[in-house]
Ligand binder design. Sequence first.
Ligand SMILES: [Zn+2]
Length: 210
Amino acid sequence: MAINIPADLTIVTLRSGGGDLAQRWTEEYAAAVLRQASDLMRSRTDIEFFRASVEQVVEEMPAGATSDTVDEAGYHFLAAAHKAGNGVRVLLVDRVSRADLGGQSRQRTRACLVAYGSDATSTSRMLAHELVHAVDLVYGRSHPERLVRERRASFMENVWRDVHGWRLSEQYFDGKLPAFETLEYQRAKSRGLIARCVEMILSTSAFDCP
Ligand SMILES: [Zn+2]
């Protein structure tokens, strides 16, 4: 039986200098991107996400955070201001200061952050990565080491890439962690172990893949 995780979508427009900044996310587009990422999860696991709610808010970034894009301080502010309900909170913003800020998220917030991309398919790639973090958060089993969390999410991102015929990622780099190779998916594929690894990722906090 499928496990359904509710996702509350919050489209956040930034206000800076007395005016609202650009926001390209729409409710329809957010729903379409969530559906694509959820379909990928469901095709490989028993887990799917459904849209529990969608809202649009305007926020001014606090002192100490960049005002015209979402940086790490801004992300923590948003995650605290828009607490998750029963499932996961997906914060959709127009721009971020660097990729994968959502991987920083703390266990209690159960929030992930996705920047706008003009193509729903490639944007769902980011969400597939973030939803691995989200599953960890929802079940309270985030691995204490960020490196392990990112390896797990990168594996699922490569599942997505393979399904969509994209070049597989071979390295992870976000400017904070030292770069590392992301070849577990390639090795698992050559040994027929993809399903086993996906099951491990989505049911434990470990990442003991070939
Ligand atoms: Zn990540």
